[in-house]
Design a protein around this ligand. Sequence first.
Ligand SMILES: NC(=O)c1ccc[n+]([C@@H]2O[C@H](COP(=O)([O-])OP(=O)(O)OC[C@H]3O[C@@H](n4cnc5c(N)ncnc54)[C@H](O)[C@@H]3O)[C@@H](O)[C@H]2O)c1
Length: 463
Amino acid sequence: MRVTMIGAGYDGLVSGACFADFGHDVTCIDKDAGRIAALRRGEIPIFEPGLVDLVATNIQQGRLEFSADASGIGDADAVLIAVGTPSRRGDGHADLSYIYGAVREIAPLLSPTAIVVTKSTVPVGTGDEIERILREERPDAEMQVVSNPEFLREGAAIYDFKHPDRIVVGSDDARARAVLAEVYRPLYLNAAPILYVNRRTAEVIKYAANAFLATKITFINEIADLCERVGADVQDVARGMGFDNRIGAKFLHAGPGFGGSCLPKDTTALLKTAHDHGAQLRIVETVAAVNERRKRAMARKVVAALDGSIRGKTVAVLGLSFKPNTDDMRDSPSIPLITALHDLGATVRGYDPAAMEQAKPYLPDVIYCGSAYEAAEGADAVVIATEWEQFRALDLDRLRCLMVQPVIVDLRNIYRADEMKRANFRYLTVGRPAAERSLETVAPRRRKAGGAKSMTAELAEAL
Ligand SMILES: NC(=O)c1ccc[n+]([C@@H]2O[C@H](COP(=O)([O-])OP(=O)(O)OC[C@H]3O[C@@H](n4cnc5c(N)ncnc54)[C@H](O)[C@@H]3O)[C@@H](O)[C@H]2O)c1
């Protein structure tokens, strides 16, 4: 089949490359000519494991091409739109200007019987508006507009695309359903269930799924707060809950709050949609508010780990992207964390295996380092903000020798308290018993001058 993807970002590029890998002829179109030129040179503008090879193989085998020009889309069996739908500045609604802009651009170029598929995450009713625009621009045509939301996770995007839990096709039209069945046929043969629903239902499914995942994360984060106060271990609690099939083990990892390019903007957009339609989603409202407060409040853990003051101290933050295996910095929890550390008077040294260039515009005052160890040099505390594999087995002796004092704040719970105790670290986690040790017992290698403001005063000032 001939598939055209409009938008070659995280979603469009991965989906396009995977469709090509299934054997379809795919053209990815992006209005960013620089991005297209880079892709044609074999340079992949995003970090996603396996994507470089997947794109190269499919270009080489003649099934994948890139263009900044949409004039050839009249031949496509399906045109999928995967442009961005970020939060609209000022009110938090999904910004649909890229979607409607793309639809108006392609409308005159589409075949009169085109199947136009929305892969972007869009609020309920967006498909109706796309259909209205197409009718307005092409009154003679018989096009179909389908909702086909994407559920892939950055960092595991290729695997997720090829092994989806389900494929959702939102359309009542038999011809459109048949085309989508053919587009996804390779997955259907792998027994991936295809759920045919009406278009509005498909649009709601995507937001409901993301809001539910956000709720699960936020729930376990609040349970972690309780665990810290009562001496319980949130990881064991999560395990004890997760074995229950009605609950499931996934998305029960306590941490610094959810971030990334999807969950924050999608929960906010869902709330706006609900509000517009006079429905109240109180649970989602609370989830969004609790999560927002949590991200910045993580700095409080660092303050506590350093006996109440971080002014004049140096904190090394390991991991800047919102999760491992991606360079995506959109709404990363490291941003409010590091901003709060700066507000409290700390110097921040940072390292991320993939996201440092992307981090710089968001976090210009960080001292960027070439490795976790370089970041730890002269630090009063190391904060693990993202659980990249390479942070899971750090040489703790080497780390301790580099630091001013042996303090680790593990916001992803990737170490065990007993190993940290053995390695002589003060170790704070999220929702697990800490490995306590007095910092007075070790003569600090070097302490910087700095005011010793009380923790309460500093927090009142900055958090
Ligand atoms: N990133 C993810 O993991 C993910 C997962 C599931 C769903 N989604 C959804 O997919 C959509 C895209 O997200 P993304 O992360 O890929 O965004 P992105 O910003 O990485 O990519 C969007 C691309 O669309 C291009 N574009 C914008 N207008 C265009 C136009 N008129 N014509 C051609 N190209 C145009 C941009 O230049 C950009 O390259 C969003 O709705 C998002 O919510 C994303």
